[in-house]
Design a protein. Sequence first.
Length: 265
Amino acid sequence: MTIYDLTAIRFGLSSLIVFPFIFYFKTWRTISFVKSLAVAFSIGPIYALLAFGGFMFSPAFHGGVFMNGFLPFIVVLLGFIFGQRIKVLQLVGITFILWGSIIILFEAQGFSQKNSWFGDVLFILAAFFLAFFMNLVKKWDLQYIQILYCICLVNAVFYLPFWFFFLPSGIESFNIFWHDQNVIINVLFQGFIPNLLGLFLTAYSAKIIGPPKASAVLAAVPTMGALLGFLLLSETPTFFGWVSLVVVSTGILMVVIKGDDIGKC
C-alpha cells in the first residue's frame, strides 16, 4: 500500500462510521460551508500525507520531536495571529520545548539516515496544519459532531475521488497480501484510531484547556516515541537525544502547571 492508500483508508472508513450520526443530526446545517472547508483542510489529506511522508524519511522518534515538539511554538504563533496572547511562564515553557526539540539536531545517529532532514521538514509542516486545526476549534467553539463531520466526511468527499482517479495505489494487489497481519493492523488502525479517537481527543483538549496547554501535553510524544522506537524498532537515541527528551519534558511541566488561560490582546 502507498501513503495515498493509507490516507484513503483513514478518511474512507472513518467517514462510513460517522455518516449515520451526521445524517441523523443534519450537521451540515449547523456549520457554514466555508468553516467546514477550513477545518477539513487544516487536518485533512495534506496533513496526513505530510506525516506519512515524514516517517518514510526519518526515524520514528523524529516524528515526535519535530511534529509534536514544535507544535506548542507554532500554536502560539498562530494564536497570536488570531488575536491571543501567552502568559510568561507558558512562553518560557514553550521555549524549553522548542529548544529541547532543536537539541536533536546535534544527534548524529538521527541524521545518519539518508534524507532524514527532508522528513523532519515534512513533520514541521504537518505541525503547522495541526496547530491551525486546534486554533480553529477553539476560536469557533466547534461542537464535537461538527468536528467529526469536517474531519471525516468532508475530507472523504473531496479526497477519495481524487485518490481513485489520479493517485498511485497498491490496492490492486491488495488481495494478494490480505492475510498479512501487518496490513490488517494498518487498515484497522488508520480507519478508526487517528480520526475517530486521536484528532477527536486533540480537539476536545483544545476546547477545554486551550491550544497552548493541549499542544504542550502532545509534546510528550517525543518521550514515548523514543522509548517505543528503542523497544520496538531498535532505534537507540544518543546522549543528545536523551537530553532533548528531558528538556522538552521540563517545558511541558512549565506550560501545564500555569493555571491562567490564554487571554485576548
